[in-house]
Design a protein around this ligand. Structure first.
Ligand SMILES: *Cc1c(COP(=O)(O)O)cnc(C)c1O
Length: 394
């Protein structure tokens, strides 16, 4: 029996990816955007832990123009999975990667002249004209050529016959906070570059700047394409940005009760005896721990069982954590608990977990370990578009 075969028994702890909700989020975003603005779905880091190939397949059906990725492996993985849409590699490439980019029809972001020359040479070798996006740093001081030094690099790209200047882009360092002044400065610097290009009659098909925060809050910055990541997965980049109604989290984390213990007053729980029962207690053991990416908390946080909050007690272990189910007497072995996500009318949000971790939602989504297998659900909901009178005869 193979590990990836359908009847291999899943561990009683897993991440659940609701592809129906992903589809809905994509539809809501697509509907909110002006039709002329393209959508580049950012699926780096396994689509923020959701599984890049599954996410890309749904996103293609929902009108994504292409995908944003971080590493060569991620891009090759999508190509080998049959994704033919444009794949834009964000960040910088090592010289040895360029041939792979050319042979796999990947779109490269260029930040500096050496890469432009080497990429042009490789493209010519393979008889191809390769699209590139010039990344312009407008204040974030990460990747990209400085805004006030960008023109010569762009002209170099234009001068190379085996390259085509498809895009110019920048990235905001703060787009989802109430104070938009730095984002506005960055946009002004970017617009200066665009203006200079116009004067030189250099035409660029795709000018793009917006991550999720920019897309939500800076409509003037949408230009030709937006690059949302976290919002696709149903998590808002901040609590003060515009809220798009109907957006829902795609990922949940679940586990089944794998043991139940009764405690007498004075008995202790877990490593380090971090919890002592004051009265009789009934506790459930969930087979998930910090080795799966759950924050290493003690006596903090909770799980949802029968739609009720069961507080976490003691310190969490590598493979297990304990919750108090005294007030949920109906809870039984192998019933489902939700560690992140909805159950009944209650919800433990990604932000709740981020607080336990002293971190951000991005970190929570991407840091569930892979031994927590991903279970995709609802991959086919709402995908049926009404084509009247066709295909219905089968
Ligand atoms: C990660 C990333 C995005 C997406 O950011 P979100 O905040 O997740 O929407 C967009 N553009 C670039 C260049 C990125 O690196």
């Amino acid at each position: 029996m193979k590990l990836d075969s359908e009847n291999f028994p899943l561990r009683p702890a897993w991440t659940e990816i609701d592809l129906g909700k992903l589809r809905r989020n994509l539809q809501l975003i697509r509907r909110d955007l002006p039709p002329a603005v393209k959508l580049l779905a950012v699926v780096k880091d396994e689509a923020y832990g959701h599984g890049a190939l599954d996410v890309a397949r749904v996103a293609v059906e929902e009108g994504a123009w292409g995908f944003g990725l971080s590493t060569l492996e991620e891009a090759v993985h999508l190509r080998e999975g049959g994704i033919t849409a444009p794949l834009l590699l964000l960040g910088e490439r090592q010289e040895a990667e360029l041939e792979w980019c050319v042979t796999h029809d990947l779109t490269v972001c260029v930040n500096e002249p050496h890469t432009v020359r080497k990429l042009a040479k490789k493209a010519a070798e393979f008889g191809k004209q390769v699209p590139v996006h010039v990344k312009i740093h407008t204040g974030m001081s990460r990747y990209g050529v400085r805004w006030d030094e960008a023109l010569p690099l762009i002209e170099k790209v234009v001068a190379e016959k085996s390259l085509s200047l498809e895009g110019v882009m920048t990235h905001f360092s703060q787009s989802d906070e109430t104070d938009k002044s730095f984002a506005k400065l960055q946009l002004a610097r970017f617009n200066d570059v665009l203006h200079a290009l116009e004067q030189r009659k250099i035409y660029v098909k795709l000018r793009h700047t917006c991550n999720s925060g920019g897309y939500l809050d800076l409509p003037h910055a949408h230009l030709d394409m937006v690059r949302p990541g976290i919002l696709l997965y149903g998590v808002f980049p901040s609590q003060v940005c515009r809220q798009l109604p109907g957006i829902e989290p795609v990922m949940s984390v679940k586990a089944k009760i794998a043991a139940i213990q009764k405690l007498k007053p004075g008995e202790v729980v877990g490593y380090g005896m971090r919890y002592t029962a004051k009265t009789e207690r009934r506790i459930a053991i969930l087979p998930i721990g910090y080795g799966d990416g759950f924050p290493r908390v003690r006596n903090e946080g909770c799980a949802l069982i029968h739609g009720q909050r069961a507080p976490l007690i003691g310190g969490i272990a590598m493979d297990a954590l304990m919750v108090d189910i005294t007030d949920i007497p109906q809870a039984q072995m192998w019933e489902e608990a939700v560690l992140m996500g909805k159950q009944g009318h209650d919800e433990i949000t990604v932000r709740d977990i981020a607080k336990l971790k002293n971190s951000v939602t991005y970190d929570v989504l991407t840091n569930w370990r892979l031994r927590l297998r991903r279970k995709s659900v609802n991959s086919h909901t709402e995908s049926v578009k009404p084509h009247l009178g066709t295909a219905a005869t089968k």
